[in-house]
Each structure stands twice: as structure tokens, then as C-alpha cells.
Write a protein that binds this ligand. Sequence first.
Ligand SMILES: Cc1cc2nc3c(=O)[nH]c(=O)nc-3n(C[C@H](O)[C@H](O)[C@H](O)COP(=O)(O)OP(=O)(O)OC[C@H]3O[C@@H](n4cnc5c(N)ncnc54)[C@H](O)[C@@H]3O)c2cc1C
Length: 641
Amino acid sequence: MHTPFLDTKIPEGPLEKKWSNYKKHAKLVNPNNRKKLEIIVVGTGLSGASAAASLAEMGYQVKSFCFQDTPRRAHSVAAQGGVNAAKNYKNDGDSVYRMFYDTLKGGDFRSREANTYRLAECSASLIDQAIAQGVPFAREYGGYLRNRSFGGVQVSRTFYARGQTGQQLLLGAYQGLMRQVKAEKVKLYARHEMLDLVLIDNKAKGIIARNLDTGEIERHGAHAVVLATGGFGKIYYLSTLAMGCNASAIWRAHKKGAFMANPSWTQIHPTSLPQSGPYQSKLTLMSESLRNDGRIWVPKDQNEKRKPNDIPEEDRDYYLERKYPSFGNLAPRDIASRAAKEQIDAGKGVGALKNAVYLDFSRALKEYGKNIIKERYGNLFDMYRKITGINAYDEPMKISPAAHFSMGGLWVDYELMTSINGLFAIGEANFSDHGANRLGANSLLQACVDGYFILPYTLSNYLATEIKVQKTDIQHKEFDIAEANCRKQLEGFLTTKGSKTAEEFHKELGRELYDKCGLSRSKKGLEKAIENIQKLRKEFKSNLIVPGDAAEVNSELEKAGRVADYLEVAELMCIDALQRDESCGAHFRQEYQTEDGEAKRDDENFSYSAAWEWTTNPSKPNLNKEPLIFEFVKPTVRSYK
Ligand SMILES: Cc1cc2nc3c(=O)[nH]c(=O)nc-3n(C[C@H](O)[C@H](O)[C@H](O)COP(=O)(O)OP(=O)(O)OC[C@H]3O[C@@H](n4cnc5c(N)ncnc54)[C@H](O)[C@@H]3O)c2cc1C
């Protein structure tokens, strides 16, 4: 194991001055020079669209890629509940510092102070930006923007547009992007999948992409590359993410030298709809906002046969309210999910598969009336009814934990640059702000802040030294090598001619991860998972079947590439989880818990971000450690009791 120096580039000075100091001293690129500089942005979700629009608005030439048929279908569109900002509109004691502290504590003191503070600092401007774009946030009668609460906080700082906040924010970013497409500052490549990153002289200089409609392999060069490719929670197969979400772009960058940080830290969301059968490929999220008014409970008796409405109060266990009286139903996600699992494992789960808990609105309906509840969550109740056939105004919803968000991702410094020069990672694709557990409604914020506010400064600071560099030559031999490797891999998938589909491999992998690297992990389980994943990967090489060919629309071929990467990422996740002999946030190691079953951190030995380095052998990555230095906050035992 070796530990090279990971330069975080955290600016000097007091916490609240770091970002303004950085901006004061960041290098600028002359407006006349910007048009000569090309930037590739892979991803058109909130992070990618906001970055591409902002950079093009500044005058850079941007190429924007996504695998969907339109940028508007990036997975940010699925976000429901809201976006946080420390505006203190409710006058309930909020401040930038409190938001920073909540986020740091929510992440179990496993994130960088400076990045987390900047997130909170920029939050208020994001709301102003979105309002200027016409995002229809919910408002009070008098016109003020309305707020609600999300888990892990005691103030109301979540701005929302019914249950469609992601979609509405994305429409705002998309307008900005399309304005630049029209102005010919952004060239859009929808239905294109990045297959590889190209480095020239150790700098990111382009990508290899596949046109998913024609199968054509293309070369694209630039002065810098930005990955805004979202999270990889879909590795668990059943998750709240869409089928197409993947780890491929960041994983292939990892194999070119970008470190992967804390890959095992996955958020398992407590309020998804439970799995209802073996043929399901996706789980639907019910927004966390529902926990503002919904009360979570299970029957006290594991043999309870009565319908939920017939179970009297004394026979119900409102376990979150009982165990965490200060935060109750708004305990953070990792804690709420683990508590649900505890009840389900104890046989108290409800529903046909006994894999769910109740989320009950009867008290709120009595207190506020149906109209108010409808106004707050109408579309979520409609969605629930469409999927389950149950009217949640009349009986409790059934919810269950599901894989949701990747706190891990590409390691980035304060400038959001990876360990490869000229390669930046933003939004969920990086690891930066959420530590070992993300607080609800902080992710839309991070994606937007990275793209609108941070990258325009930090990328310019990098590009200022690249002005004299010529346009990237896509005939360079590094492009030849990368393209040949991509073609070889695709050909390999098509010629294996085995009997198992990529989907089947994915399903098996997902089950393995849920079981051994999910809500709760153990040394023994993780060692077994590593062994099983290695076997599965071996089988994938000899027994995969991909019909059709490469020169056409071939979704099976796309899937094969993504699953091939997942089979390597999964092993790294288990290795990462295994080396961390502590429990923190979403990473709960059975061996490390307090007497009352809470996560037990080990600050003395594990107060670091694990930045893994590719070595060509997926089973033998190098571990580099970025020590987490707490200059301004003293990490405490994280309690929500
Ligand atoms: C159901 C659901 C609800 C959520 N609700 C909330 C919420 O209420 N509040 C909150 O803060 N967060 C929420 N989140 C999390 C939040 O939505 C995401 O973290 C955030 O939107 C991610 O944005 P992004 O820009 O990083 O990635 P995405 O929006 O996922 O975009 C990824 C982009 O990368 C592209 N891409 C990926 N791989 C490739 C490739 N190889 N080649 C080319 N293009 C590629 C895709 O086409 C896409 O354009 C929710 C998440 C889910 C799944």
C-alpha cells in the first residue's frame, strides 16, 4: 500500500472566507480566449446541464453528452422532495453555519469541512437563480417561498415544487442549456454513451463515445473533460434509480487514473415502495418529505393479521418516535432505514412479503384535513395509488428501504478536479460533500451548486494555463488506442455467445450486494461477497449472451458494458467496506456498534476518505488516504435521540 500526497487544494483562511478567498485569487481566462477553448461535459442532469449552460454563457465551446434521447430525461428529473437552502425564511434559527453543521453531522463527520461549508454558503444563491429561471417553487399565501423539513434537521429549509422539484429545476437548467445550443456555443450529443476517457501527456483531452442509434464509435477532443454522470446506486439492481443509470463513465476514468473515493457508502432510502415480486427491475421512491406528516410504525405483534386501520394505537410500535424522540420520524435516512430493517428482520414487516413498514397519515389528515395534505403531497398519493391500487388517504402506505444514492464517487479536490489533470467530476458522480450519509434535499443542491457556481471558477482557473494549448488532435495515437480497446470490448461481448443475459448477471450481483454490502455489513459477509463477485465476473467473461450486433441500436450491448463495470465496482465497494473497521453513517459494520445498536465510529483510525487507485487488477486496488482534518468543528457522537 502506498499513500501519495492527495492535494485537496483547500484554500487558507477562516471557514467562511475560504470560498471568497479562492474566487478572489482564481485565474481568469480572457473572454476572447474562451471561444478557443473546448470543454466536454458528459451528463445533462442538474450538474451537467447547469455546468454546460454556465460555461457556454461565459464563452467557452462546450460539447454536451447524454445517453438519453433528450437532456431533459437525465435522472435528476426523478427527484421529488426538494432542495435545501439556508435562507431562514421560517425564522426558525437557520443559518449557513447550521446547515453546514447539520450536513457534516448528517454525514457522520466523514466529509471535508471546507467543501461542506461551501455547499451551505452557496445554497441561498441557488434558490435565487432557480426563481429567476421561473422554477415554480411552492409559495405561502402571501407569496413567500414555502419550506418544509427533511430528515436529520430541526429547521425547515427545504424548498420544493410539489413532488417534482428535480423536474422543475432541470427544466430551468435545460432552458439555459438550449439557449446555448441555439447560440451554437453548446453542441448537443444526445443518445451518445461515453465509453472511455482519453489522456494525452497525463491530461484529460477527450472521450470515446458510441452513438447509440447507429452504433458508430466517435472521437471527441477538448481542453478539459467534466464528468457529470450521476450516481451508481443501480448497481444494486433494485433501486430507486432508472435502469440506465450506471458507473461506466467514472469507472473507465478510474481505470485511467482517477481515484474512486469511499465507493461503499451507498444511501439506502427508507421510503421506497417495497419489492412486490421477482420480476421487478425498479423500485419507486416515495419522497422523504412524506415523513414531515406521515408516522412510521409496525404492529407490535409479528403475527398480527388485522388490517392496519383495525390495529389500535396500543398495538402499534412507532419505533422511530420511540427510539429517537428528538427527531422522531425525521431521523436521518441511514438511521431510519436501519431501524426499518431491524423491524423487518424481527418478523414485524407488513405486506404480502412482510418486507415493509407502515407510513401513516391518519393523524395529519385529522389535524389538517385532506385538502392541505393533498396540496402538500397530492402527486405522491396519486402515484402511490396508481402503483399499488391503494388510497393512502384511507389507509397507511407501505414503504421499505431501497438503494438510492452514491455518497462515494470520483475523488475530487476543492476545485472538483479528480486526480487526473483536466478531468473534473461534479454532482453525484463525485464523492465530495455528503460524507458517509447524505441529508435529504442536499443532492439537488450539490448538483446545481457544482455546475452553476463552482465549476465556472475552478475550471477557468485550470484553463487559464491551457490557453496556449492547441485544439486536441483526435488523430493522436492515444485516441487510436482508446478506440481500439472500446471496439475490442464490444466485440468480446458479442462473441462470447454464452447463455446468461447481462440483466441476469446484474440481478445476481444486486442480490449479493444487498445481502452483504447493503444496510448492514460484516467481515465474514464481505469476504464471502468478494469471493462470489469474483466468480460472477469470471462467469460473465465466458457465459454472457448479447444478441444482435454493434452497428445498430442494441440495448443489450449497452447493458453488457455497464454490467461489466458494475462487476468490478462491486468488488471495490466490498474491499472498501472491509477495510473500514468502524461503523459510520450508511456504513454499518455489525462488529462495530454501541450497546443500544447504534453505529460506532472510530475517529482515531478512520477519520479519512479512502481514495482507491486502479492497479489493473480489480482485486488489488491501492488505498490512498485523505485525512479529514477538523479545524472548525469537533466531531461528536452523532445522536438523534
Ligand atoms: C427517485 C429519486 C428521487 C430523488 N429526490 C431527491 C430530492 O428530492 N432532493 C435531492 O436533493 N435529491 C434527490 N435525489 C437525488 C438527486 O436527484 C440526484 O443525486 C441528482 O439529481 C443527480 O444529478 P446529476 O446531475 O449528478 O446526475 P443525473 O441527473 O443522474 O444525470 C446523469 C447524466 O449523465 C449521463 N450519463 C451517465 N453515464 C453516461 C455515459 N457513460 N455517457 C454519456 N452520458 C452519461 C446521463 O445521460 C445523464 O444525462 C433523488 C434521486 C432519485 C433517484
